[in-house]
Design a protein around this ligand. Structure first.
Ligand code: COA
Length: 287
């Protein structure tokens, strides 16, 4: 059954599994402000729908999501007030994904960057293709990644890897993502282990991802195995575990938000947007 379909977000339900597809493949499924705003309503409807026992979130064609749509930042995220409102929408969207009572899996192909990583981290599980590429390039735009996304990153990969990802703003591949706990499965990778020779292992070569693994098939098979389990048990486990890892009580939240707003009002933020549009290296001054 095809429900809630819009041009930019498609929803398809079959065999008790809903697939939510971000559908802007020409922009690598970058999220517009309207898309951040739309997802909570879609997920609330899926949460209420008794036909749905699990939700998969994915991207159309080659990529999952290259993050927030930077091209519209001049219009919707160019000053502190807009940036604050924008982050409220991002957080509300990701909270809606985190809080839906049903199991969720992000199915990741191609790029999964920035806000796209936040979407993926908001799901219960992440199943990747061997070609998936990850990264949080906020430091290339003088943006401070939001408190909730940072908390999720910390809980998945630990503090050192979280700092490497956020300070470095470098992309990393599916093998690395699996090794640090950013994703739970890489399609085909498990079958590929014997492919390394003795000598390759001796010099510390990494396992080669198998070609052609299908993360959507893996995710559907896993989701299908969950559809027969007690929804109340899974919802209760999810509520408890999310509550346990989601705490930011050790943090001065007001100061963290003030730093995020200061970055949104900085010269460097303008420079980051201009450099992205001009396809050149940004020159940051730290103010
Ligand atoms: N926002 C808006 N448009 C985006 C986008 C984004 N986050 N990411 C990609 N696009 C657009 C590109 O502008 C390009 O549009 P065009 O064909 O009209 O020029 C199209 O998607 C294809 O991307 P392109 O950059 O040509 O492909 P690539 O293979 O050279 O690089 C990326 C792909 C994803 C590595 C690169 O586009 C990128 O770095 N995007 C920004 C990622 C980012 O910083 N996200 C965090 C935002 S907070």
């Amino acid at each position: 059954m095809d429900v809630l379909t819009s041009e930019k977000i498609k929803v398809w339900i079959s065999d008790q599994i809903a697939v939510v597809t971000l559908n802007r493949p020409k922009s690598r499924n970058a999220m517009t402000y309207a898309m951040w705003l739309a997802i909570p309503t879609i997920l609330a409807a899926l949460d209420r729908n008794p036909e749905v026992r699990a939700v998969l979130i994915t991207g159309a064609e080659k990529d999952f999501c290259a993050g927030a749509d930077i091209a519209e930042f001049e219009k919707v995220r160019s000053d502190v007030a807009q940036a604050t409102a924008y982050e409220v929408a991002v957080d509300a969207c990701c909270d809606a994904i985190t809080k839906i009572s049903k199991p969720t899996i992000a199915v990741l192909r191609g790029y999964c960057l920035g806000g796209g990583a936040h979407l993926a981290m908001s799901c219960d599980f992440r199943f990747a293709a061997a070609d998936a590429m990850f990264g949080i390039p906020a430091a290339r735009l003088s943006i401070i990644y939001g408190v909730k996304g940072t908390r999720k990153l910390l809980s998945l990969v630990g503090v050192s890897q979280a700092k490497m990802i956020l300070y470095g703003a470098q992309r990393f591949d599916a093998t690395k993502a699996l090794s640090i706990g950013f994703v739970d499965r890489v399609a085909g990778l498990e079958n590929d282990k014997p492919a390394l020779s003795f000598w390759e292992r001796l010099i510390g070569a990494k396992a080669r991802p198998a070609q052609g693994g299908d993360p959507m098939a893996d995710a559907r098979a896993f989701a299908s195995s969950l559809t027969v389990n007690a929804p109340l048990s899974m919802a209760g486990a999810k509520y408890q575990l999310n509550g346990m890892v989601g705490s930011t009580s050790g943090l001065d939240l007001a100061r963290a938000e003030a730093m995020i707003a200061a970055a949104a009002g900085s010269d460097d933020y303008r420079e980051g947007r201009e450099a992205f549009a001009a396809r050149r290296e940004p020159k940051f001054q730290g103010r």
